[in-house]
Design a binder for this molecule. Structure first.
Ligand SMILES: NC(=O)c1ccc[n+]([C@@H]2O[C@H](COP(=O)([O-])OP(=O)(O)OC[C@H]3O[C@@H](n4cnc5c(N)ncnc54)[C@H](O)[C@@H]3O)[C@@H](O)[C@H]2O)c1
Length: 541
C-alpha cells in the first residue's frame, strides 16, 4: 500500500515529476508507457496502429497488476489508466493517487508539436485534447490529492506531490483557508509536526507572550511544543482543564479570562490550544472575546478535531438550553495537524472522527469515499481495532481538511448554503444527541445514524438511489459505527428535537440529501411524514 501513482492527462508532467520524486526519495521509478514499449518492442503509436487501443489498455492493466506487487515506488501512469474502474481500485489498494492537473491550454502548449501521442493524430487535435480532458476529469478527481500544475515549475510540482506522499515536519502538506483574505491562514499537516511547531508559529509573526491551553493527559504531547517555545526565549505558561463537554461553558470561559489576565496576555499575545473539539471550541471562543479578540493557534488532538472542528473558525460554548448557543466566527492564526498525536486516542474516538470523514466522502467527494472504504477493507479501522500508523491516515485527513477549507473559503459565515452541505447527517444526528441529553453517544456516532436516516429520507423523497443507501449502511456498519437508533426510541421524540432546532433556525425543516455518492444538495421544506418514515427505517417506533 505504498506506491505513489501520478495520474493526469498526457503532457501534465507525470514522467518528469515522477523521476524527480523517485530520485529525491531514492525509490524505484516505474514509467508505465516506457515499460510497455520495452516489453512489446513497439512504440505506443505502433501498438495503437497495429493492435488498437483496446489491446493497449489490456497491456496497461496487466502491467499495473505487476507493478502493484512490486516494492514501493513512484509510478508515472499512462493518461488513460484511470478509465478502468478495476485499475483505479488496484491503484488505491496499493498506493496513493496524486493527480497532476493541467488546464487544456497548458496541455495544448506542451503537446501541439508532439508526434508520439496517438490519440491526437486527428484532423483537429486541439478539439480532441479538450474532449479527452473533459471526459477523464471525473476519474482524475477520484485522486487522493490534486495538484494544479499550470503555474508550477517541474521542481515545484514534484515538491508538492512529494509532500502529499511523504509529508514531513520540514516539508508538510499545506492547505490555505480564506486565501488572499486578511484573516486567511495556513493549515500544515505532517506526522511529527509538533517537533517544528514553534518555528511555524514564530514564522507567522512574533508574539509578546503565549499561553498553552490543554488537558493534563495531553501534557506529554504539549511538552515538546513548550520546550521549543522556551528555547525561543519566551517560555509559555500552561493552563490545563479537565475533559468533557461540560467544560464548554461560560463558567470555564470566565475562569480562563481571569487566568489569561493573570498571565499578562494582551492583544499582542497568542493562545495555543492543544486538545480535541471541546477545548478548540472553548479556547477559540475565549480568544474571540478576550480583549475583543486575540490570535490563537489550534493543535487538534482528536480525529474529529483534525478533520473538522479545528478548521473554519466556528467557536462556541454551550448553555443549559443547548449546545453552541453562544459563539463567534474567529479564524485561528494557524492550524498544526500532527496525526501522531492520535496515537494515544481511544479507539472509540477514532471511530467518532471517522464518521465525519465518511460524511465528507459520501456527501462531497467520491474518491475520498472510495479511499475510506479501502481503508475499511484493509482493516485500518475495524469494529474492534484501529491501526494508528500515521502513514495510513495523513492523506485522508488532509483531504477532509482540504474539502472543509474550500467550503469555508467560499461560505465563511454559513450564508450561501454551501457550508450547510457539511451538515449531512447532522439534522437527525443533532436531534438524537439532544434527545439523549448529550449523554451516552458521541457526536460521530449520532451522525452515523443521522447519515443513514437522511439517506433513507432522500430515498423516500425519490432523490437518493436505493444502491447508495445500501452502500452507506454497509460502510457505516463495517466501521463499527451504529446504523440504528437506540432501542425503543420513538420518532416523535426526535421530531420534537428537530422542531426545537427549527425554531432556533427560524425556518422550515431543511435537510442535506444525497444525489449520489459524492454529491449532495440542501433540500428545503421536508415533509414531516417523510422524515417519520426515514426514522422508522432506522428503528424508530
Ligand atoms: N467548531 C466546529 O466547527 C465543530 C465541529 C464539530 C464538532 N465540534 C465540537 O467538538 C466537540 C467534540 O470534540 P471531540 O470529539 O474532539 O471531543 P473532546 O474534545 O471532548 O475529546 C474527546 C476525549 O478525548 C480526549 N483526548 C483528546 N485528544 C486526545 C489524545 N490525543 N489522546 C488521548 N485522549 C485524547 C479528551 O480529553 C476527551 O476526553 C463538541 O463540543 C462539538 O460541538 C465543533
Amino acid at each position: 500500500m505504498n506506491h505513489l501513482y501520478l495520474i493526469g492527462n498526457m503532457g501534465s508532467g507525470k514522467t518528469t515529476v515522477g523521476k524527480r520524486i523517485a530520485d529525491s526519495l531514492r525509490l524505484p521509478f516505474y514509467d508505465m508507457d516506457a515499460l510497455i514499449e520495452q516489453a512489446s518492442g513497439q512504440t505506443i503509436p505502433e501498438i495503437f496502429a497495429r493492435e488498437g487501443e483496446a489491446r493497449f489498455r489490456e497491456l496497461e492493466s496487466t502491467l499495473l497488476r505487476e507493478i502493484a506487487q512490486k516494492p514501493a515506488g513512484v509510478v508515472a501512469t499512462g493518461g488513460g489508466v484511470v478509465l478502468s474502474e478495476a485499475n483505479r481500485a488496484r491503484m488505491r489498494h496499493s498506493g496513493w493517487l496524486v493527480y497532476l492537473k493541467a488546464s487544456p491550454q497548458t496541455l495544448w502548449k506542451r503537446l501541439q508539436r508532439a508526434r508520439n501521442r496517438p490519440l491526437l493524430q486527428t484532423s483537429n487535435p486541439r478539439e480532441m485534447l479538450e474532449a479527452i480532458v473533459r471526459a477523464r476529469e471525473p476519474f482524475y478527481q477520484e485522486a487522493d490529492w490534486v495538484i494544479e500544475v499550470d503555474a508550477l515549475t517541474p521542481a515545484q510540482a514534484a515538491d508538492a506531490a512529494q509532500r502529499a506522499y511523504r509529508p514531513a515536519p520540514d516539508a508538510p502538506m499545506q492547505v490555505a483557508v480564506l486565501p488572499q483574505q486578511p484573516h486567511g491562514y495556513p493549515i500544515y499537516i505532517a506526522p511529527a509536526l509538533r517537533t517544528r511547531a514553534a518555528r511555524l508559529i514564530l514564522h507567522q509573526r512574533p508574539f509578546a507572550r503565549w499561553v498553552m491551553l490543554t488537558h493534563p493527559p495531553l501534557l506529554c504531547w504539549a511538552e515538546s511544543v513548550l520546550v521549543q517555545l522556551g528555547e525561543s526565549g519566551s517560555p509559555a505558561q500552561t493552563i490545563t482543564l479537565r475533559s468533557g463537554e461540560r467544560m464548554k461553558s461560560l463558567r470555564s470561559a470566565k475562569r480562563l479570562y481571569e487566568q489569561l489576565l493573570q498571565a499578562g496576555l494582551d492583544r499582542s499575545s497568542l493562545l495555543i490550544v492543544l486538545g480535541g473539539g471541546v477545548l478548540g471550541d472553548l479556547g477559540g471562543f475565549v480568544a474571540a472575546t478576550y480583549m475583543r479578540g486575540i490570535p490563537y493557534v489550534q493543535i487538534p488532538t482528536t480525529l474529529l478535531a483534525q478533520v473538522d472542528s479545528s478548521v473554519g473558525g466556528k467557536v462556541a460554548v454551550d448553555l443549559p438550553q443547548g449546545k453552541n448557543l453562544v459563539g463567534a466566527f474567529h479564524q485561528p492564526a494557524l492550524v498544526l495537524i500532527d496525526p501522531e498525536l492520535l496515537r494515544t486516542l481511544p479507539a472509540r474516538h477514532w471511530r467518532n472522527g471517522f464518521a465525519e470523514m465518511l460524511k465528507y466522502g459520501v456527501a462531497l467527494r467520491k474518491g475520498l469515499w472510495r479511499r475510506l472504504q479501502t481503508m475499511l477493507n484493509q482493516g485500518v479501522l475495524a469494529p474492534r481495532r484501529v491501526r494508528k500508523d500515521p502513514t495510513e491516515w495523513t492523506l485522508p485527513i488532509a483531504q477532509c481538511v482540504n474539502l472543509k477549507a474550500q467550503i469555508v473559503s467560499e461560505d465563511e459565515r454559513d450564508l450561501s448554503g454551501k457550508r450547510a452541505l457539511l451538515n449531512f447527517g447532522h439534522t437527525v444526528g443533532h436531534a438524537l444527541e439532544a434527545a439523549l441529553g448529550y449523554r451516552g453517544w458521541l457526536h460521530g456516532e449520532a451522525v452515523a445514524v443521522g447519515m443513514i436516516a437522511e439517506a433513507e429520507l432522500g430515498r423516500v423523497l425519490g432523490i437518493t438511489p436505493d444502491s447508495v443507501v445500501r452502500e452507506l449502511r454497509e460502510t457505516v456498519d463495517l466501521a463499527g459505527l451504529p446504523t440504528q437508533l437506540p432501542a425503543g426510541f420513538d420518532a416523535e421524540t426526535l421530531l420534537n428535537a428537530m422542531r426545537h432546532d427549527k425554531k432556533r433556525a427560524g425556518d422550515a425543516l431543511s435537510v442535506v440529501l444525497l444525489n449520489e455518492v459524492g454529491s449532495a444538495q440542501l433540500e428545503p421544506n421536508i415533509p414531516l411524514s417523510a422524515m417519520q418514515e426515514a426514522l422508522r427505517q432506522c428503528g424508530a417506533s
